[in-house]
Design a protein around this ligand. Structure first.
Ligand code: AGP
Length: 613
């Protein structure tokens, strides 16, 4: 996710851009850049935060009443000055800023290289602006028509703004799958463009939310909105009511809640462009560069900390079911200090949202020294863990600001499922029809997560009932044992209530002594091979007067008869059920923490990334 902002009007563009980029930094903060038009087009861009760009510009000419800015969350190409936006066309006449992912950029790029285009960056965005100019040169279309024609060739998501040296009084913007807001300024011909309303609200409350497929053209002080078929649209003008602080959270009271609700999109973005249910093909280039290695691995070790370690536990079930290889899951901090036995045909996968966790980094270095192949699953492009990995795959969850990890967890599980399928294909341990079935089910997950999020009001009521509990127990079996651990971690780290996750069967070996009428027990009892056993565990808790909060599959009748609270979630494959079942547990921990007056986004004693040992 990146942040884009643009201005055209009688005023100076630079102050609007730099302030707007600071407001959008929550959307991405690894590099930033601006383009300013004042007789010519000046492009300035820097790796680092917006403040670094601002410092760089202190002695540069930044006048001009037309401009655009971008703060990056890298998806293609590591964070550096070259990959920062804006990007220029072959001639340097056109400049673009972009939020989104051009999935077919490699194919488009190949065609243009054959037609003599040369590229400076590794980004998908640079390919787009070259394509637009290529279309102009081969068709004599106007700029805006060339933009439309080029976008018809694009597969993926975009919110873009384009400037042209040869059309200095123009701004052209378009969106599909990524948000773009047009602010209508108070002066004639004054317009603001941004990824959301936060850079706009202090100047105007009149905004237009562009729809997918629409293109906004501002020329000669007039705004025209058209659709991709060049038909003029009559956009609805909204009156903004929220205050600025709320808007930076997209209208949510906390980043954590916003990120919980972003999961339909973050899960989609994590598998988008990587699966083809029609053929069963997986598109994970870096994995297949190690195909021979993967064909012969004898053991997989998944390492991580906290939530990432929980994702690794789900990964253990995924890889053992799909790829039939033995898996060990290790706390990175334990792994690195015990002089582990590592063989050359071991594969290590390091899992990390931030890519900077000290223990995970140290564990990877140790594994590499001992000759293992090390992959990374990470959410921050260009962070230390991907740079240390032989290969890997990014989760495309977008920046996760809330200290409690939510969308990163489901994105990690999604990517681990894809990797497990990829290894299964290489080792021939899964039939293609089964792979296609899993891919089709994965495509249904975003909608099922949307549905699970509709449970919010019911979970609010349950939260009210248990917000003063002093202890919680979370129980799950199989794929949902790690979900029980994750649910317990969420609750304790933001509400400060003691909570423990256990394999449901393990309860009899001690924790059952804790059960009394004061003890809420969250049990994940969705359809699975363990269903009947979990029901027995619920009955054991009930026999000791424990309060049961059960997560069940929609339509369940058995658990309803014995549980105190039943949360019904959509059915899915057992191996993908962590993606759904974790949602109510995230909401439960969030609402209890809010009711207890805790600082949900920045819980006491915690940091978003533990870069110390
Ligand atoms: C999860 O909610 C916590 N914030 C914490 O356990 C986190 O998962 C852990 O510190 C690992 O961080 P990483 O994924 O960035 O490596």
């Amino acid at each position: 996710m990146c942040g884009i902002v643009a201005y055209i009007g009688p005023g100076e563009a630079y102050p609007v851009l730099i302030k707007g980029l600071k407001r959008l930094e929550y959307r991405g903060y690894d590099s930033a850049g601006i383009a300013l038009m004042n007789g010519t087009m000046n492009i300035y861009k820097q790796q680092g935060k917006v403040a670094d760009l601002e410092n760089y510009l202190t002695d540069k000419p930044v006048n001009g009443n037309i401009g655009m800015g971008h703060t990056r969350w890298a998806t293609h190409g590591v964070p550096n000055n070259v990959n920062a936006h804006p990007h220029l066309s072959q001639s340097g006449d056109l400049a673009v800023i972009h939020n989104g992912i051009i999935e077919n950029y490699a194919t488009l790029k190949e065609g243009m290289v054959l037609r003599g285009h040369t590229f400076e960056s590794d980004t998908d965005t640079e390919v787009l602006i070259h394509l637009i100019e290529d279309v102009m040169q081969h068709t004599n279309l106007s700029l805006q028509d060339a933009v439309r024609a080029a976008l018809k060739q694009v597969v993926g998501a975009y919110a873009i703004v384009i400037m042209s040296k040869n059309h200095p009084e123009h701004l052209i913007a378009a969106r599909k799958g990524s948000p773009l807001v047009v602010g209508i300024g108070n002066s004639k011909g004054e317009y603001y463009l941004a990824s959301d309303a936060t850079p706009i609200i202090e100047y105007t409350r009149q905004v237009i939310y562009l729809n997918d497929g629409e293109i906004a053209v501002i020329e000669n002080s007039e705004l025209t909105v058209k659709n991709i078929e060049n038909q003029i649209q009559v956009p609805y003008i909204h009156e903004l009511e929220m205050n600025l602080e709320q808007l930076e959270k997209g209208g949510y009271p906390h980043f954590m809640l916003k990120e919980i609700y972003e999961q339909p999109k973050s899960i989609l973005d994590s598998f988008r462009g990587r699966i083809d249910p029609a053929t069963g093909e997986i598109h994970m280039r870096s994995i297949y560069e190690y195909e021979e290695k993967l064909r012969n691995i004898k053991r997989l070790m998944l390492i991580g900390c906290g939530t990432s370690w929980h994702a690794g536990l789900v990964g253990e079930y995924l890889f053992e079911e799909y790829a039939r290889i033995p898996v060990e899951v290790e706390y990175a901090s334990e792994f690195r200090y015990r002089d582990p036995v590592i063989y050359g045909d071991d594969l290590i996968i390091a899992i990390s949202q931030s890519g900077e966790t000290a223990d995970t980094l140290a564990a990877m270095e140790l594994a590499k020294q001992k000759g293992a192949t090390v992959f990374g699953v990470c959410n921050v492009v260009g962070s230390s863990i991907p740079r240390l990995s032989h290969a890997g795959a990014y989760t495309h969850a977008g920046p996760e600001i809330g200290v409690a990890s939510t969308k990163a967890f489901t994105a990690q599980v999604t990517v681990l499922a894809l990797m497990a399928i990829a290894v299964a294909k290489i080792k021939g341990t899964m039939r293609n029809d089964r792979i296609r079935q899993l891919m089709l089910e994965l495509e249904s997950i975003p909608a099922k997560v949307e549905k699970a999020l509709l449970l919010n009001d019911q979970i609010l009521e349950i939260s009210e009932r248990f917000k003063d509990a002093r202890n919680f127990l979370y129980l799950g079996r199989g794929y949902n044992f790690p979900v029980a651990l994750e649910g317990a971690l969420k609750l304790k780290e933001i509400s400060y209530i003691h909570a423990e996750g256990y394999p449901a069967a393990e309860m009899k070996h001690g924790p059952i002594a804790l059960i009394d009428e004061e003890m809420p027990v969250v049990v994940i009892a969705t359809n699975s091979a363990h269903y009947e056993k979990v029901i027995s565990n619920i009955q054991e808790v009930k026999a000791r007067k424990g309060q049961i909060i059960a997560v069940v599959t929609e339509g369940d009748t058995k658990v309803k008869e014995i549980a105190d609270y039943v949360i019904e979630v959509p059915e899915t494959e057992e191996s993908l059920s962590p993606l759904i079942n974790t949602i109510p547990l995230q909401l439960l921990s969030y609402h209890i923490a809010v009711m207890r007056g805790c600082n949900v986004d920045q819980p006491r004693n915690l940091a978003k990334s533990v870069t110390v040992e």
